[in-house]
Ligand binder design. Structure first.
Ligand code: HEC
Ligand code: HEC
Length: 232
């Protein structure tokens, strides 16, 4: 289980802290200034009537096509390309194939909407984040998540597993113990997830179970409760 949490941390935390030279946040700026047209997920989501190629495709594309004297010169060149392209886009400069260019149309210039410093931070983040390595890790994680029972996925998503382990006590009792106590009473499990719980369990330093009713849908709470009840 720790492995999943570890993987998630890599994706959501490490990836969020690019070693940018400035203190501008490239990830945040990318969301603000570019995600209206470019999908920024990794792996990307594609839509029927998308306005632009997904940012991952753009990053891969530029890295493939940019001319540089050496491998180490590639990223700085690619960053320069982005800084120029966003304010001075044109069909002749674009690395997009003709077919896609026709479908999307040339990107409207973002002059005045984004500064060169901001663009540098955005571009540095792009080439650091949209890599084959991060894509593989993200797909790998997605496959692992898909292979899990849905209840476990929900538990992972809402950090239940930072306080509960399946078969060992942590901050709260193990799900095995909870399942034993409430085997015939899934409604009680659901109630406690919804409203929280306190003082029902001895030996957990009077720690309190927070309420999740506001954060998790009723359907998901039901799935979660059934999954816990089975973990005896
Ligand atoms: C209004 C929609 C829109 C916004 C906002 C937008 N783009 Fe684009 N962008 C496009 C379209 C459409 C294309 C594909 C056609 C082309 O290459 O010009 C594109 C292409 C690009 C390309 C060239 C891709 C290639 O393969 O040559 C780069 C680089 C790029 N965008 C970066 C950005 C960045 C960085 C931002 C945010 C600062 C951004 N774009 C914001 C619509 C947009
Ligand atoms: C901050 C730590 C923490 C988190 C996060 C947490 N729990 Fe708990 N949980 C506890 C503690 C402590 C108890 C024991 C409370 C008590 O003594 O009543 C508990 C008890 C429970 C119980 C038994 C309640 C009862 O009625 O006996 C269930 C079921 C449960 N947790 C499920 C979950 C689920 C599902 C999640 C995620 C949505 C979750 N917990 C997240 C700490 C936590």
């Amino acid at each position: 289980m720790y492995r999943y949490i570890y993987l998630i941390s890599i994706l959501f935390f490490t990836a969020c802290e690019p070693k940018s030279h400035s203190n501008l946040n490239g990830k945040q700026l990318l969301e603000q200034k570019c995600s209206k047209c470019h999908n920024t997920d990794l792996p990307p989501k594609t839509f029927q009537d998308e306005k632009a190629p997904p940012m991952m495709a753009v990053a891969f594309h530029i890295k493939d096509f940019i001319k540089a004297s050496s491998e180490s010169d590639k990223i700085p060149k690619a960053v320069e390309f982005v800084k120029d392209y966003v304010v001075n886009p044109s069909a002749s400069k674009s690395f997009c194939d003709k077919e896609s260019l026709k479908t999307y149309g040339v990107m409207p210039s973002q002059k005045g909407k984004v500064t060169q410093d901001e663009l540098e931070a955005i571009a540095e983040y792009m080439f650091e984040h949209f890599t084959i390595k991060n894509l593989t890790a993200a797909q790998d994680l997605q496959n692992r998540l898909n292979a899990m029972p849905k209840g476990k996925r929900i538990a992972l998503k809402h950090n239940c597993l930072s306080c509960h382990k399946i078969n060992k006590d942590l901050v709260g009792p193990s799900f095995n113990k909870i399942a034993k106590r409430y085997k015939e009473n899934i409604t009680q499990i659901a109630q406690s997830i919804k409203n929280g719980s306190a003082k029902k369990w001895k030996g957990y330093r009077n720690a309190i179970m927070p309420a999740f009713g506001e954060k998790i849908s009723n359907d998901d709470i039901e799935t979660l409760s059934k999954w816990i009840a089975k973990e005896t």
